[in-house]
Design a protein around this ligand. Structure first.
Ligand code: ADP
Ligand code: MG
Length: 475
């Protein structure tokens, strides 16, 4: 074979191996971890009977080898690699970094080391961006076209009035993070000197607390005020009264004054962010606010086609149509279904993917979808009330004794986690304000970290609805 042909073959094999590795990893946490590790791979090389997987640093090569060589090897065979091909991990000597990812220990301690006048690409990113979250891979449809246009507008006019900040909101798994990262990639592609920083609001908070503890608040400030594009994911995470909000407000002002672009995502509209003060909300609304809604059948099908193409999955259209018809809640669930069918198809290429076999393969996902649709908030309230031996009226009351607050908040938490109801609908069903629901959800989330009794009760209740803890804790 010609060199070029070998190269294409190797890359093709690697793409498939990667897809299978990710698709066959069950828990979200593990999947995020392996996706992150795989993203360190910069190049693959096929030489004689050795398949070399090259990464950005020696450290990541060793980590990949240590933690994932078995898994990668298995998926490599599933992807169609010959059994005499041997896998090897190493450093890519030709690699020149575009995004530098400093780990905490590598960060310079001295504030004075920063040269704030120069473009500080050193701090480009604190969290890894998914390389496939690009505009090309984002399928346009009526449910997201406004948000997408706004995102493209930002790329053309970063930091300009009318585009700053951009605030994207919508339900889980509908593409907010994807679109936000697409902005980051595209700005960076057009001008590599731009310091683009992507991180979640949670990470921002953690970094803030960390810097307070280490006495490095000054360097924290300078760091976030010296970037060109701040991509802040899931700002609903910020809670009222926290000092971090004050800090964020100041960062926000400093960036906006310097005409630096800010993009935020949230699962609710700015006005429904309970924790955030009016002065900040009006600043958020001063730019562009766009919502992403649930995709229609046609958009779902187009997204599936795109995903299948990217995964190099050769599946019949009827299989994709089956998924688009049966998996409607969010794009992430559709991806799960697609991977599952693809893996099955790779391992059993001769089996025809008829509707019967597709239903069997996706029975769990389809059942979840049905539950999502059918499960009413009233049913959750009733089940929780029974469990705690209180009445629904008490759950809906405003009485603040702990014996009522816990079941009330737990019911809010479950409603938020496993139904597709909007915050508005949940608030109405409980006769409460949005803020109260979000506060309840947060309280339970925090309590679940330490209280095993509460966790057990939650598990009992959701098992009745056909869910596992992993279905809700990871999302
Ligand atoms: P969110 O941040 O809104 O919860 P994500 O951006 O993480 O959702 O999207 C979930 C998954 O769905 C991602 O893998 C993303 O690539 C995919 N996705 C969502 N919308 C689209 C779209 N319009 N086109 C292609 N992929 C999409
Ligand atoms: Mg997201």
């Amino acid at each position: 074979m010609q060199n070029e042909e070998i190269k294409i073959k190797a890359e093709d094999l690697w793409q498939r191996t990667k897809s299978i590795c990710i698709a066959t990893t069950q828990s979200d946490d593990e999947r995020n971890k392996i996706t992150r590790y795989l993203s360190f791979v910069t190049r693959v090389k096929l030489e004689d009977s050795v398949f070399k997987i090259l990464t950005n640093t020696k450290f990541t090569a060793e980590q990949l080898d240590k933690e994932y060589s078995e898994k990668i090897n298995e998926c490599f065979r599933l992807a169609g690699a010959d059994s005499d091909l041997k896998l090897e991990f190493g450093v890519d000597e030709e690699y020149t970094p575009t995004y530098i990812q400093p780990t905490v220990t590598e960060q310079p301690k001295e504030v004075n080391n920063y040269n704030l006048k120069s473009k500080n690409t050193y701090f480009t990113s604190t969290q890894q961006m998914d390389e496939s979250n690009t505009f090309e891979n984002f399928v346009r449809g009526p449910s997201n076209s406004f948000a997408r246009d706004a995102a493209e507008g930002v790329v053309k006019n970063p930091g300009k009035k009318g585009y700053n900040p951009l605030f994207i909101h919508g339900g889980t798994g509908l593409g907010k993070t994807h679109l936000m990262q697409a902005i980051g990639h595209e700005i960076k592609r057009r001008d590599p000197s731009q310091a683009v920083c992507f991180l979640s609001a949670e990470e921002f908070l953690n970094k803030y607390v960390e810097s307070l503890q280490n006495g490095q608040i000054q360097s924290f400030r300078e760091r976030y005020r010296s970037i060109d594009v701040l991509l802040l994911d899931d700002v609903q995470f910020f809670q009222r009264g926290k000092e971090v909000l004050e800090e964020f407000f100041n960062t926000f002002n400093a960036l906006q004054r310097a005409q630096k672009q800010i993009v935020m995502t949230s699962d609710v509209a700015p006005k429904d962010l309970p924790a955030i003060e009016a002065r900040l909300i009006s600043r958020f609304e001063g730019g562009l606010v766009q919502e992403i809604e649930s995709p229609s059948y046609e958009t779902r099908l187009a997204i599936l086609k795109k995903k299948a193409e990217n995964m190099n999955a050769k599946l019949p259209d009827t299989a994709l149509e089956f998924i688009a018809q049966n998996v409607k809640s969010h794009v992430r669930a559709m991806e799960g279904a697609l991977s599952k069918i693809n893996i099955f198809h790779i391992s059993n290429p001769s089996i025809i993917l008829g509707n019967d076999i597709l239903s069997r393969l996706l029975d769990k996902i389809i059942e979840n979808e049905k539950n999502l649709k059918l499960l009413s908030i009233e049913e959750i309230q009733r089940t929780v009330a029974e469990k705690y031996c209180v009445s629904i009226t008490q759950i809906l009351s405003s009485e603040r004794t702990q014996s009522l607050v816990t079941p009330r908040q737990l019911a809010m938490y479950i409603a938020r986690k496993i139904t597709t109801k909007s915050l508005q609908e949940i608030a109405e069903a409980f006769g409460k304000k949005h803020a109260t629901i979000l506060h309840g959800v947060k309280t339970i989330r925090e309590r679940l970290e330490n209280e095993s009794d509460l966790k057990r009760t939650l598990e009992e209740i959701i098992t009745k609805f056909g869910y596992k803890m992993s279905d809700i804790l990871e999302s």
